[in-house]
Write a protein that binds this ligand. Sequence first.
Ligand SMILES: Nc1ncnc2c1ncn2[C@@H]1O[C@H](COP(=O)(O)OP(=O)(O)OP(=O)(O)O)[C@@H](O)[C@H]1O
Ligand SMILES: [Mg+2]
Length: 184
Amino acid sequence: MNGWQRQAAGQEQLVFRIPDESAMRQLGARFAAWLREGDVVALYGSLGAGKTVFVRGVAQGLGVEQPVRSPTFTLLHIYPGPRLTMYHFDAYRLQSLAEWYALGTEEVVGNRGVSLIEWAERVESALPQDRFNVKVEGVGEASPRRVQITGEQRLAQWRVQLQDDPQARAWLPGSPDHGFPGHE
Ligand SMILES: Nc1ncnc2c1ncn2[C@@H]1O[C@H](COP(=O)(O)OP(=O)(O)OP(=O)(O)O)[C@@H](O)[C@H]1O
Ligand SMILES: [Mg+2]
């Protein structure tokens, strides 16, 4: 197993070992290049895992100039970019699915720009099946994170491209730096 496997129904999976905050941003920025209008990215991981850092990287990759704030108290921040608008949701404080729908999410998520949703497990039943899942494991200052990204076959093309990117290659299985047992 090389950590890169075909999932059910044409789903692909990629696992990274991300050594620090800067690498997490860069991972998000690289991922952003593959995003298209209507894409949905569900983010999973405990408090302080690095979901917002990943989203900051996506914003950077999309060419968003505004700084990305943590949306916890507002549920949604909107960032227009030159190519796509980024909709950044945080479901952590959501009381109910009704509140989620009341935000007008149905009009946006899967239809407009790119939607990234932190604490996606809280609204999972309202999210489209066709989406990317980004799961971040690990917490603490300056400690590596395991990031698992699943989704459609575009990810396979991305992986090919990452092989030619010396910095990103170090985050992938097979690299001496990867070092997560069970993912070699
Ligand atoms: N390898 C790493 N990748 C990402 N962040 C890291 C890493 N190592 C340390 N950190 C730190 O972990 C913190 C991650 O914070 P972040 O706000 O992104 O978490 P979050 O998953 O969005 O949490 P919340 O659920 O509260 O929104 C930052 O302070 C960051 O500097
Ligand atoms: Mg966050």
